[in-house]
Design a protein around this ligand. Structure first.
Ligand code: MRU
Length: 346
């Protein structure tokens, strides 16, 4: 039987392990990792074995439940101190996707809401909360798909950047959820997947999962988006996001803002698909979103037999960029198709 049961992230209760599909191994291998220690979990998030804003949030919550289950502390205060230390280490693993901090916050709330309960009960409550966050991700992504699919009724071809599909969530994805739901409803779209340098999430992951689902997929180098848009081959752009500021400025995989600028130029609708856990009303504008800087070796040598950058050249490797809110046609969320002014009222 498929250990993952069609999901990207899950908790196996019998073994008390966090199970993740290792996203560094696609498209050539499907490997399931079973994680049990804090170090394994932090490394999995930092090295993108588990990645995509919703998936890292759920992995963090399930991971904290696993660590709580492994704890030998019997004194509630010491158990809580250990839990908070683990929570802090996991939260710090990646800075940009707010879902990570949000999910860790949800788990910490369990302790605050239950001040006087013994350790075994706390462990069970933490498990239930983590599992609820996991289940909610499936429902929320499906709702994003259902709200987005009607917007694509007259579209034939969409373009996406990075991977915001089922591999980036527990199941349906965010940006690709409308494509999956449209297919369920009998409307097949074809997808242009930007390869997404330097880590190739589009080429390796988006193309993998769409082809597996029987959806026509064409991989483009990142610098080809203008070509396809300019030739009238793209009817809409769908992207995911790692954090949306209160004014609608959106952090997503590096290169997204360039795609948004092109979409505006060619008069193509540009939709950001987001669960509400990605909307951070405490962050006013995109300027306040921390951008993760990653190792230059991802650019210099990762996919090559020999380095492809002269040793004397420097590298710059920001993992995300900010798309200004005025370039976003609408936000497709589980609560409907929204504009930033709706965030506080829905
Ligand atoms: O660095 P990654 O691969 O975690 O970046 C992921 C993205 O930028 C996704 O588009 C975003 O997290 C949304 S996933 C539904």
């Amino acid at each position: 039987m498929d250990k993952m049961q069609g999901e990207t992230v899950r908790l196996d209760r019998a073994s008390n392990r966090l199970l993740i599909v290792d996203q560094t191994r696609f498209p050539n291998e499907k490997v399931v990792l079973e994680l049990q220690t804090l170090d394994e979990m932090v490394v999995a998030i930092q090295t993108l074995q588990v990645r995509g804003a919703p998936a890292i949030g759920v992995a963090a919550a399930l991971g904290l439940s696993v660590l709580a289950g492994e704890s030998r502390e019997t004194d509630a205060e010491k158990f809580k101190a250990e839990f908070l230390k683990n929570a802090d280490a996991i939260k710090r693993a990646r800075p940009t996707a707010v879902n990570l901090a949000w999910a860790v916050g949800q788990m910490r709330d369990v302790l605050q809401e239950n001040p006087d309960v013994p350790v075994p009960v706390l462990k069970e409550l933490l498990y239930q909360k983590a599992q609820a966050l996991h289940d909610a991700d499936v429902a929320v992504c499906r709702a994003i798909g259902e709200n987005g699919a009607p917007l694509l009724k007259t579209c034939k071809r969409v373009l996406t950047h990075c991977n915001a599909g089922r591999l980036a969530t527990v199941k349906y994805g965010t940006a690709l959820a409308p494509v999956y739901i449209a297919k369920e409803q009998g409307h097949s779209l074809s997808v242009y997947a930007d390869e997404t340098r330097p880590l190739l999430q589009g080429a390796r992951l988006t193309a993998y999962e769409l082809c597996e689902a029987g959806i026509e997929t064409t991989v483009l180098c990142d610098n080809m988006a203008s070509y396809v848009m300019g030739n009238g081959l793209v009817d809409a752009v769908l992207v995911g996001c790692d954090r949306v500021a209160a004014n609608g400025d959106t952090a997503n995989k590096i290169g997204t803002s360039g795609v948004a600028i092109l979409a505006k130029y060619y008069h193509i609708p540009f939709y950001v698909c987001a669960p509400f856990s990605t909307i951070d009303l405490n962050t006013e504008t995109g300027k306040d979103i921390p951008i993760e800087m990653r190792n230059g070796e991802e650019i210099r040598s990762l996919w090559y037999q020999k380095p492809m950058v002269p040793a004397a050249a420097k590298t710059l490797n920001p993992a995300f960029d900010i798309t200004p809110h005025e370039l976003v046609t609408a936000f497709i969320t589980e609560k409907g198709v929204l504009q930033p002014e709706d965030f506080k009222t829905v």
